[in-house]
Design a protein around this ligand. Structure first.
Ligand SMILES: Nc1ncnc2c1ncn2[C@@H]1O[C@H](COP(=O)(O)OP(=O)(O)OP(=O)(O)O)[C@@H](O)[C@H]1O
Ligand code: SF4
Ligand SMILES: [Mg+2]
Length: 324
């Protein structure tokens, strides 16, 4: 089956403009990422801050080009698409952002914000437009009468609902949700996650769900990709990743999730130090400076992402031995 969105060996660097390591250095934000999102699936993408999640999301959306590698939509590379193909891509792949306030134009009424994609893509106008907007407002759990209000009149959770309604307006097949709940109060997070999952089911969407928090990703995902310093270090089905992870970084992330039962053994693995700067990525295995299993080989040779069992990949020289 052809993936809806696929990245092939995608990398993206930036030239640093400032910082403790000096200006003009090459910063590898995303390195050699190959990943595919199938129709109807939820792919969770998790990793610590700065590991390249948002950059990967922007590349998948076609918002920034990769420095190397390719992004394909339904098997066609974005840079080889016809005008019509590109327009279909822009309608079919939508993003939900982390900060629902800065992503909504403060000077527009929410009815116009949600209705804009209908106008841009020539989908509806006049009375039909009003009806479509009302329907979307209802679908995200708000009252259609609120269409005349401005974003500042809503709470964070309501603004995220508006952002989701806008993302749905063009009738997408893919939603890329970049930390859609991390700016929200804990009590609101579950409501928004539930809404996203309901809409995903109702509209048959594929969802890429990005989060720092592995417990949130666990809740929603069919498959999970774990990123570290721009690379995918583990990729597999949710159940396999949680029940038999194959990378020491994933092992540490899972061990840090608070246990539901107080009697459960905590066994938290404390990672040494901070994530290295993406300007100073260690030689060999990027994780070696924090890995409790690191050996000499890890210093010299970078492990590639290898299939350890069907559909379950990890980038670690000693995965088979450590997780036997
Ligand atoms: N436009 C840019 N110019 C320079 N560096 C950038 C740019 N965008 C991202 N970066 C750098 O690339 C790296 C990856 O950033 P990115 O925002 O993709 O990470 P992230 O995983 O989304 O982090 P967070 O969890 O904090 O959102 C970081 O070191 C970041 O500073
Ligand atoms: S390759 Fe070495 S340093 Fe990297 S995760 Fe595996 S054991 Fe740790
Ligand atoms: Mg981000």
């Amino acid at each position: 089956m052809t993936a809806l969105i696929e990245t092939r060996a995608v990398s993206r660097h930036f030239i640093s403009s400032s910082g403790p390591f000096g200006a003009g250095k090459l910063l590898m934000a995303v390195a050699d990422v190959s990943i595919a999102l199938a129709a109807g699936e939820t792919l969770g993408i998790a990793g610590e801050t700065g590991c390249g999640k948002s950059t990967l999301a922007r590349i998948m959306m076609g918002l920034i080009p990769p420095s190397s590698g390719q992004v394909l939509y339904r098997g066609t590379p974005l840079n080889e698409m016809s005008k019509a193909g590109r327009s279909d891509f822009r309608k079919s792949v939508q993003m939900v952002f982390q900060d629902p306030f800065s992503s909504l134009n403060p000077r527009m009424r929410i009815g116009d914000i949600i209705g804009e994609p209908f106008v841009i893509h020539g989908i509806a106008s006049g009375t039909a437009l009003k009806e479509r907007v009302s329907d979307l407002i209802l679908q995200v759990g708000l009252q259609p009468e609120l269409a005349n209000r401005f974003p500042h009149e809503f709470s964070g959770g309501q603004r995220q609902r508006i952002g989701i309604a806008r993302a749905l307006a063009s009738g997408p097949q893919v939603l890329i949700a970049d930390e859609p709940v991390s700016a929200l109060d804990l009590s609101i997070q579950a409501q928004i996650i539930n809404l996203l999952m309901e809409l995903k089911e109702g509209h048959g969407l594929a969802l890429a769900f990005i989060a720092h928090d592995l417990s949130v990703v666990r809740h929603v995902s069919d498959r999970i990709a774990i990123m570290y310093l721009g690379r995918i270090v583990e990729l597999g089905s949710r159940d396999e990743v949680f029940s038999s992870c194959r990378h020491p970084y994933t092992e540490a992330l899972i061990s840090a999730i608070p246990k539901v039962h107080p009697s459960a053994k905590t066994g938290r693995i404390v990672l040494a130090g901070d994530v290295p700067s993406p300007l100073e990525i260690p030689t060999g295995c990027p994780f070696r400076s924090r890995c409790r299993y690191a050996r000499e080989l890890c210093r010299h040779e970078r492990p590639t992402l290898e299939e350890k069992s069907p559909g379950h990949f990890a980038a670690c020289h000693f995965s088979n031995e450590i997780f036997s």
